[in-house]
Design a protein around this ligand. Sequence first.
Ligand code: FAD
Ligand code: SF4
Length: 508
Amino acid sequence: MKKLIVILKDQLSFCLSSLKCAHQATDTLFFYEFVESSPSHHQKKIAFWLACMRHFASTLQEQGFQTIYIPITEDEKPSPLIEEMLKVYQKGHYEKIIITEPSEWSVLEEIKKLQRDIPIEILPDDRFLATKGDFQSWANGKKQLRMEYFYREMRRKHHILIDTSGKPEGGKWNFDQENRKPFKGKPFFPKRLRHQKSSLLQEVLALVEKNFSHHFGTLQPFHYAVTREEALLELEDFIQHALPFFGDNQDAMVASEPYLYHSLLSSYLNIGLLLPLEICEKAQEAYYQGKAPLNAVEGFIRQILGWREFIRGIYWLYMPNYGELNFLKATRALPSFYWTGSMKMFCMQETVNHTKEHAYSHHIQRLMITGNFALLAGLNVKEVQQWYLGVYSDAYEWVEMPNTLGMALFGDGGIVGSKPYAASGKYIHRMSNYCQKCCYDPNLLTGNRACPFNALYWDFMARHAHQLQKYQRMNYMLSTWNHFPDEKKEAIQQEAKSIFYKMEQGEL
Ligand SMILES: Cc1cc2nc3c(=O)[nH]c(=O)nc-3n(C[C@H](O)[C@H](O)[C@H](O)COP(=O)(O)OP(=O)(O)OC[C@H]3O[C@@H](n4cnc5c(N)ncnc54)[C@H](O)[C@@H]3O)c2cc1C
Ligand code: SF4
């Protein structure tokens, strides 16, 4: 039986369920390069996709697999994947198509539709640590879904950081109390790896420069790993040099330091070059070998075993309705400085510029700088999501949407988080050295030099008091706002108006 095995651009794992069914003698692997016109993807992200996919396919060819590889075309508007897949299937007279379940809801729906007309076997994506069914069963009957409890189940299930008596290592599930400190200036930041550029990667870079230079961001210098071997080196490098300091500095932000002690592994995980369990096991091993402290290792593992799996569970549990939520009715147009980075607020400028340069920014920049601004200013949830989906090399809808709409914008009304992650300039001042370089003052609430986050923060509380009062964790802030004298409230709201005006005029 001759099968067509379709491999999507974020399915580049040699252990992929569809690939495990492939017989070299009879079957053909199908790859299709496709860059959507919307959102506008970062140049580095496009290069990363294409280089990873070409390397992956070429390794499989060397192993003896037959492949049909359709590269991106220069002048034509590319036809959608489904159309192209159907054409190849019909032309090759295959008996059936085999595909691992796509990570995106709409693509899965299209494939299911096509399944009515032609034989397609859709296999589960077993690269995740919780199946959709596992998550559904865990969520079933719960009033509130909280990551922390899901994470504990996952630790037990995968026996990660569990001691010989079946209890969590160190006697606690979570060591966050010891984490999340402002950066103290030491230790030094580890130098990140640089990989040799293969001729294949060089070709891709030239292609992207020629055809996608009008896209967001800069292409060079390009330091991403593009093969599994290189991605494994990135993992080793992180475990050795950055993991020991990950916990303490997890929420810190430092000017001109885009990476701090973060792993930079999300792009490799999401495209399939690395697997979540192997990363967690490596981190666990570092703890047992005394190479990294428990607060760092537990904090890091929680991001992957907890947050990443939880986010995926939420996406599949609530799609397709999830994408239409807009709890706070946020509709203000996304300002152009999200694309240009040209503005006076240092923290925003820094985060957008890191993003332009690296197609990366770490979690706290995404959440507490650009995300926080979008939340407080009530920016259009769809436009903000398109921005996050386009500009980061690790962004795919299943992970970007619950993070942006749910965690950053509180657009889901509390499915992902128990309250909005809203913060004033004081938080940013405490967690970073950004304010020292800024023309605004985080201690001022109104006036030309006042940090815009401050008035926006209180104006947000005032605008949304009626929606937020049911969230217990908001009571203190709402009651603080209510106790402000009327003149103070008035001055804050005037200040917020002037911030919105400046934002529209490009003067912020
Ligand atoms: C508004 C917003 C949008 C985001 N969009 C994406 C996205 O498109 N793709 C993406 O992978 N992550 C996204 N995240 C989550 C997180 O910011 C990134 O995973 C992280 O910054 C990637 O950098 P790192 O690999 O250095 O992570 P580290 O800080 O080293 O964390 C380790 C790993 O944990 C996982 N992880 C941590 N937090 C999360 C989370 N909240 N959700 C899912 N996985 C997590 C990632 O795989 C990451 O590689 C977003 C967060 C926010 C607030
Ligand atoms: S003062 Fe305000 S705008 Fe400036 S860096 Fe600090 S938080 Fe950002």
